[in-house]
Design a protein around this ligand. Structure first.
Ligand code: MIC
Ligand code: SF4
Length: 645
């Protein structure tokens, strides 16, 4: 039987397990990336593991998230990352060089290789034919040390693309369409693979927009073939030598399929507060707007920016709308300046922000109270913009630019003829903001700088023999890691300071949670379906650990968050019968007798609700390796125990 692209890459990188969907496999990782909001923890953990030199083919640390520097904290973290990477053999992309995924696509991605990154949108590089996955910082640290990355062997969803996109309809509309079909849980445990004639009509940055937002499907990864278009892209980046063709076998078998006829797509928008809450822009036309933001790792390529500039040219942004533009990389920004497109945007009234995540992660440009914001980003979770009651809609650059001019939701296909965008054959490549690490022989001389914002990582706790505690919080379905550990200008600077960060844990859902958890000495959390979707931030496990959370009982978990819970020794349990979710309330006292024993080897655990007197059957779907990690109180303890044995 023939193999799909993902299956081929997995086969070439398999170090343990068998390629049976749903079972655990270990993969050799060729490349890693980190960003600054998760990177500090990843490097602290890398240091704790005691490896001197990274063992990957390439590891890069980017600074793109915490670039506001409203106090000393972010700058401290940047300097720590700059020095620790220099010492241990990792390249450092300086602030100003761009958003990790955009720069990685331009400068480093290689078809057929594996990449993990401490950011959920790492699958952006799937646009180049890489198997790229988001992971917790600790998993990235382990991979940098030469360890395998463990996932469940995914099923493959084959998405056949037919036809060609109409004028003013973009790659963003393709992935919004797929999200409308599959939903935010539709990709869990799966890789989404694109094939068919329509693939040839999409450039690499367009493919990358689509693979980027595969994260919103909950997918393990998304991948396109590597073909002549990939070769041309790599050539434009002056690295044609990195080209490798990657294609599925003719007789490849997909576990599920979806067909998308590109020629029938229309401009779409994901409505508040979920990326799968998709409606045609035509149905929203006329709605008044307060803000338009262009950029983020989803839509900040040269193609996106030139499209926006062409629509804004000789026009003025509507007086009731504030508009921001954040180009994805220095390469893009400097080319926009050279070709005059930057002037077109500035003249129209767009406010140019630096090449970084910016408003996407709530780092500035928060909308006004109850404001309506149109963003070319990938997430519109409640409060993520920094304004609790804002309404964020996710749209294509075409829709964003058209609407910025009119001040109301505008279907760009009503604008007439689309501008013809011609991309340069050769991009303006200049890697002067990528710092190379010190040679191994000089590494000992590099001093790692640690500012006062960098606090120790909380230690994992081994599970108790019997768990007796309180259900300290109960939440509903689709809880995101933005709910668990919010971001934004006030909170992000404390990503290296877990005690301070804990004051904000779950406050989007319940302002009292941190205090209550502290007072009760922790407990368990009850969650609904798809608990922990969204960002890869391991802080959503680390901070609950610090607050004494021993287990999360949910209807189901998102992949990266479940791995993070295990990495930090918090037990991820599911209800055998999802209806039992209703048989436990916040504040109930609970007991799980034989807790540690069950973790060691049982699939079922019995939770006794001492408040109601009822018993509930829970499941622990963990592999023997994961059970060992949990018994040690997390991956760091497990790694140390292994070294000492
Ligand atoms: C995000 O888009 O939510 C982030 C910020 O990039 C996160 C990482 C983080 O929380 O630092 C992600 O996607 O993993
Ligand atoms: Fe940055 Fe936003 Fe992309 Fe996350 S989704 S990496 S915050 S641009």
């Amino acid at each position: 039987m023939g193999l799909t692209i993902a299956q081929k890459i997995i086969k070439n990188h398999l170090v343990s397990g068998e390629m049976i969907p749903g079972t655990e496999i270990g993969l050799r990782i060729d490349q890693t990336l980190t960003q600054d909001a998760t990177g500090t923890m990843a490097y602290l953990q890398f240091e704790a593991m005691g490896t001197e030199r990274v063992k990957t083919e390439l590891s890069v640390a980017y600074i793109d998230h915490n670039t506001l520097q409203a106090g000393f904290e972010n700058a401290d973290d940047h300097r720590y990352i700059q020095t620790v990477t220099k010492k241990h053999g990792i390249r450092f992309s300086r602030p100003g060089n761009g958003i990790c995924h955009q720069v990685h696509l331009e400068r480093f991605g290689i078809p057929g290789k594996t990449l993990i990154g401490s950011d959920s949108h790492t699958p952006t590089a799937g646009g180049l034919g890489m198997l790229a996955m988001g992971a917790g910082g600790l998993d990235v640290a382990v991979a940098m040390g030469g360890g395998a990355y463990y996932i469940n062997m995914p099923k493959i969803i084959g998405v056949e693309l037919r036809g060609k996109l109409p004028d003013f309809v973009g790659a963003k509309d393709v992935i919004l369409y797929v999200l409308s079909k599959l939903g935010v849980k539709g990709g869990v445990g799966k890789v989404v693979e694109y094939y068919g004639e329509g693939v040839k009509t999409l450039s690499v940055p367009e493919r990358a927009t689509i693979t980027n937002m595969g994260a919103e499907l909950g997918a393990t990864s998304s991948v396109f073939p590597s073909d002549d278009i990939t070769r041309a892209f790599l050539k434009s980046q002056q690295r044609e030598g990195d080209f490798v063709p990657v294609a599925p076998d003719d007789d490849a078998v997909y576990d599920e399929t979806l067909t998308v006829d590109l020629s029938t797509l229309v401009p779409l928008a994901a409505c508040p507060h979920s990326p799968d809450n998709v409606r045609p822009v035509s149905e929203l036309a006329g709605m008044k707007l307060d803000q338009v933001c262009v950029g983020s790792c989803t839509n900040s390529s040269m193609l996106d920016m030139l499209t926006v500039a062409a629509i804004l040219k000789d026009k003025t942004v509507h007086p009731d709308v504030e508009m921001s533009v954040s180009p994805g990389s220095k390469e893009v920004l400097s080319m926009l300046a050279d070709c005059g497109a930057l002037t077109d945007m500035v003249s129209a009234g767009a406010r140019i922000l630096e090449c970084a995540c910016g408003p996407c992660i709530g780092m500035g440009f928060s909308p006004k109270s109850a404001g309506v914001s149109l963003r070319t980003f990938n997430r519109n979770f409640e409060a993520r913009s920094g304004t609790a009651d804002a309404k964020v809609y996710l749209v294509s650059p075409q829709t964003a630019a058209a609407s910025a001019i009119t001040g109301v939701f505008t279907d760009p296909t009503t604008l007439g003829k689309a501008p013809e965008i011609v991309l340069p054959d050769i991009m303006k490549v200049n890697d002067n903001l990528i710092e190379m690490p010190a040679d191994a022989k000089d590494a000992a001389d590099v001093l790692v700088e640690r500012g006062p914002n960098i606090k120790p990582i909380p230690k994992g706790v081994r599970p108790a023999e019997n768990l007796v505690c309180n259900a300290v919080l109960k939440v509903g379905d689709n809880i995101t890691t933005d709910h668990i550990m919010p971001a934004g200008t006030k909170i992000l600077p404390y990503r290296s300071n877990v005690p301070k960060l804990s004051e904000f844990c779950f406050t989007v859902c319940d302002k009292e949670f941190p205090e209550r958890a502290k007072k009760l000495g922790g407990g368990i959390i009850i969650g609904g379906a798809n608990y922990g979707q969204g960002s890869s931030r391991e802080h959503a496990a680390l901070v609950p650990l610090y607050l004494g959370i021993k287990a999360v009982v949910a209807k189901s978990f998102a992949r990266i968050h479940m791995a993070n819970l295990i990495n930090f020794g918090i037990i991820p349990l599911t209800f055998k019968d999802p209806a039992d979710y209703d048989r436990i309330s916040e504040g109930d006292d609970i007991e799980i007798a034989g807790f540690a024993d069950a973790i060691a080897g049982k699939e079922e655990l019995i939770l006794r609700n001492k408040t109601t007197g009822e018993s509930i059957v829970l499941l622990l779907a963990a592999t023997p390796r994961q059970r060992e990690i949990l018994l040690c109180g997390g991956l760091l303890n497990y790694t140390k125990d292994k070294e000492n044995s």
